[in-house]
Design a protein around this ligand. Structure first.
Ligand code: FEO
Length: 402
């Protein structure tokens, strides 16, 4: 049986959903599942855009076979070789041995690396190497290939169907979450139910590569687009200005809104208490706050919040003369995602020698345009009268930006 969905009169979604996966890429929780999108174009020639993850290969092969309805498969366009989209590549070749693989030169190398087979020349596989701006005529449709390196791997390319103005966008514009029977973003309340997961997907998967996303957005702005078909999540057919606007902000490391993301690491609750007091005083001044215990909340959630808000406060106890381990891990992760253009406040705690504040400050030396506030709240074991003034000073410094 099949679970295909019609995208246009001659384009069919033949992907699959996975709701059993505990950790996407081994690190990101996907409590609402994830979709692996693949699209089949039925023109004079038949064209498959990417495949799926190994967990759903069976369902995918059924879908492709059903959608082809007895026709042969002429082309497989490989836009991204990450295995969540290429695990069925060899199965497709085995079932449709005449299929021509359309990819770029970097992809060709990855096909060899991932499949552990010597593919020393194009002749051993039926491969058509394409480069920036090359086109492939499939009958009524004309496909133009645009390179999008590092969105999110070096070999990534996107495809523009010049006939129906469809952008097959690879990982760009993807979202965590299974599709649950819908296909188009306008079939769901995207802003309410999916934007948080789109942000978590973008910031964690592609967030490090803002400059490369900017290059892709520039290419996309030069073409007329009526549909965006990503490799995860919903197809966009209208109102995609809002998601493009988010991508413009995220890729430039600009906050979506003014507010304070407070992340804390606390052993016995005293550092947490200082963070809570700060949050209360910020709220008293009408400033939005979001709070996370870095030892409890998965880093991907906090990184997503960091891409959303303009100000951060990090509160950490001192541990083994350093930053508390879960906070240090989180900060390393955040900085690896290239975060920029933010104001940071620091709360430190240390019963005999508080060092975490200075160490946190030094970590941000590696970042662009991070303003670390001079006002540090320094606690010895628990908050005392003196720290109330320090908390107030930090609130006042933050409030001055609002
Ligand atoms: Fe969904 Fe970078 O693969």
């Amino acid at each position: 049986m099949h679970s295909i969905k019609k995208v246009t009169d001659d384009l069919i979604w033949v992907g699959a959903n996975d709701r059993r996966l505990a950790m996407f890429e081994g690190v990101y929780s996907v409590p609402n599942g994830v979709s692996y999108n693949s699209y089949l174009l039925l023109d004079e020639k038949t064209v498959l855009f990417d495949t799926v993850d190994k967990a759903v290969v069976g369902r995918f092969m059924e879908n492709v076979c059903f959608a082809l309805s007895g026709r042969n498969l002429d082309y497989l366009v490989v836009q991204h070789m990450e295995p969540d989209h290429s695990a069925a590549l060899m199965e497709i070749i085995a079932k449709y041995p005449d299929v021509e693989i359309v990819c770029n030169a970097k992809t060709f190398n990855f096909i060899e690396q991932f499949n552990n087979v010597p593919i020393s020349s194009e002749g051993e596989l039926n491969i058509k190497i394409v480069k920036e701006g090359d086109t492939l005529k499939t009958g009524k449709h004309s496909l133009c290939f645009l390179m999008a390196p590092m969105v999110h791997w070096p070999e990534v390319m996107v495809t523009y169907d010049e006939t129906d103005k469809i952008l097959f966008s690879a990982d760009a514009f993807g979202t965590f979450g299974a599709l649950n029977g819908a296909l188009f973003a306008d079939e769901v309340d995207f802003d309410k139910d999916y934007m948080d997961e789109a942000r978590r997907y973008y910031s964690n998967i592609v967030g490090k590569y803002g400059a490369q996303v900017q290059m892709l957005l520039k290419k996309a702005s030069a073409i007329s687009i009526e549909l965006i078909c990503p490799l995860h999540g919903f197809v966009w057919r209208r109102d995609f200005d809002s998601i493009i606007e988010k991508y413009m902000l995220w890729s430039q490391y600009l906050p979506e809104e003014k507010g304070v993301m407070i992340a804390y690491a606390s052993v016995y609750g005293n550092t947490e208490n200082a963070a809570e007091m700060l949050a209360c005083r910020l709220r008293d001044r009408g400033i939005a706050t979001a709070m996370f215990d870095v030892s409890v909340t998965h880093a991907s959630e906090i990184i997503a919040a960091a891409f959303r808000f303009s100000h951060f406060v990090f509160a950490s106890t001192t541990y083994n003369a350093g930053i508390f381990v879960s906070m240090e891990d989180f900060l390393n992760d955040l900085i690896a995602h290239n975060i920029q253009n933010r104001t940071v406040g620091i709360i430190e705690n240390g019963s005999w020698a508080a060092t975490s504040g200075d160490l946190i400050r030094k970590k941000f030396d590696a970042c662009k345009n991070i303003n670390v506030l001079e006002q540090v709240v320094s606690i010895k074991s628990g908050v005392k009268e003196a720290q109330l003034n320090e908390i107030e000073a930090m609130v006042t410094a933050i409030a001055a930006d609002f």
